[in-house]
Design a protein around this ligand. Sequence first.
Ligand code: ZN
Length: 181
Amino acid sequence: MEGVKIKEIEDFKKQLSFSLKEKEIIERLSIPYDIFLPLIFSIKFGGDWSLKFNSTNVMAIKEKITSYDEEKAVGYTLENIFLFNNPIMKDQEGTVYRLEKCGNKKEREIVKRPYQVKVDAEFILKASLNPMTKKISLKKVKGPFVFTGANAYGVSHEMEHLLGDEIKGESFFEFEYELDD
Ligand SMILES: [Zn+2]
């Protein structure tokens, strides 16, 4: 034990108890651990995630909602993460040209995404993280869900991974500089 600081031991104990609780929750939901994985990534590392194994597709999409009390000058950003098991794109509307950077690619790419999507799945789990109360609430919810803007781009991006692996976009170097004078 020499050299291990009290703080490190306390941190380790906290992590251990967090992981045990996580395992217990997954068991109570009676879903395989693999299905839960993108949700864990999204909870721990942020962002949207997708994963495919055997014939199962899973994706986690994160929505952020900030509540701010002007009088008290205090607020919090609630994160709602939707975990879709075998998601199906029901509808897409509009086209938005944008830049996206994916995984280990060096530069961003020019892609086209829908402005609005409607997505459903075999089952959907919603996790709400409140950084003020420090609670992660989980519940099974019924789809379909409609997302617009940032979340719609996220759904489209992850669905592209699930259906065809690589994100297909135009090279960043299609851009040309110009001087406005
Ligand atoms: Zn990606």
